[in-house]
Design a protein around this ligand. Structure first.
Ligand code: ATP
Ligand code: MG
Length: 280
């Protein structure tokens, strides 16, 4: 069988991980070997990668992301140990309460974390995705790297408007760079799926899930929080992702207001069909 990279893109809470779970299961049942193309997952399998560099980059990714941020006067980057620990594959170890006011976010830190993540994406491509494809396996990503990079750059922009020090034109240039880097045949998947969900719908799902909106899912770092700030950021992103999906010839699943099983049926059907065409 021909291997393939399959990637999903969509705003926060659009159902990427849910669909990715269903896809992984269906693909394995259909006889494919599936690996997840996600650096956080691969940190859990330390032999798979140049693991020490990955671990260090992961620690620095968080340190940069949280650089300067304070909750009730305590600096959050100080909570991040110098040495990588397995709890660091998720940001929850920093333990920022959902409603807490976070002060002092710095454009430099947000930008730095975006660039570290970008580098990790290139490494993941060469260490996981390309070898999987060559072996005839499926590399499955539940968040195409552009999704996260574009989000961080837009957040950086909002924080920089308040903070200063990083001119808007720099961020416009970097967003253009991200668009073209992720358009390259090296980073593009064989099958790309954009989950088109209205931000109001995904907001309702996040609220239902409980635990609150994530630190980088609304404009909390730029001093605004609540439903309106989630909708403001995610609407910008929804528009950006839709435009990229269109330019890159990705498949679109209109996934708003539909049951997860229904979305999974469409996604699984689409991917299995496309793979069988590739194998003909
Ligand atoms: N079609 C759906 N209808 C209703 N709820 C859904 C649907 N798909 C997913 N959910 C629920 O919405 C929440 C977000 O889904 P999921 O985690 O899959 O989204 P995501 O795009 O991976 O989000 P993130 O960007 O935060 O990783 C979860 O609680 C999930 O159970
Ligand atoms: Mg997810």
């Amino acid at each position: 069988m021909n291997g393939a990279a399959v990637a999903l893109m969509g705003i926060d809470g659009s159902g990427k991980s849910t669909l990715s779970g269903a896809l992984g299961e269906a693909l394995r049942e259909a006889g494919y070997r599936v690996v997840t193309a996600d650096w956080q997952d691969n940190l859990r399998q330390p032999d798979a990668l140049p693991s020490i560099s990955y671990e260090q980059m992961c620690a620095e990714y968080w340190r940069l992301l949280f650089a300067g941020m304070q909750v009730a006067g305590e600096r959050l980057d100080r909570r991040i140990p110098r040495v990588f620990g397995p709890e660091m594959v998720s940001s929850s170890f920093v333990d920022v309460p959902p409603g807490a006011t976070v002060e002092g976010a710095r454009p430099s830190g947000l930008l730095g974390s975006a660039m570290v993540e970008f580098l990790m994406d290139y490494m993941l491509q060469s260490d996981i995705v390309v070898p999987a494809r060559l072996r005839g396996d499926i590399a499955l990503s539940d968040g195409f790297g552009f999704k996260s990079m574009a989000k961080k750059l837009m957040l950086t922009r909002e924080v920089a408007l308040r903070h200063g020090g990083l001119p808007d034109e720099v961020l416009v240039t970097l967003l253009d760079f991200a668009r073209s880097a992720y358009a390259s045949s090296y980073l593009q998947p064989d099958i790309g799926i954009f989950l088109d969900v209205d931000p109001a719908t995904s907001y309702a799902r996040i609220v239902r899930r409980g635990g609150g909106v994530g630190l980088t899912e609304d404009l909390r770092l730029a001093g605004r929080t609540g439903r309106e700030s989630y909708l403001e950021l995610q609407s910008l992103l929804a528009e950006e992702y839709a435009a990229r999906a269109d330019a890159w010839g990705w498949h679109v699943i209109r996934a708003g207001e539909r049951a997860p099983d229904d979305v999974a049926r469409e996604g699984v059907g689409l991917v299995l069909d496309l793979l069988s065409v590739r194998n003909r």
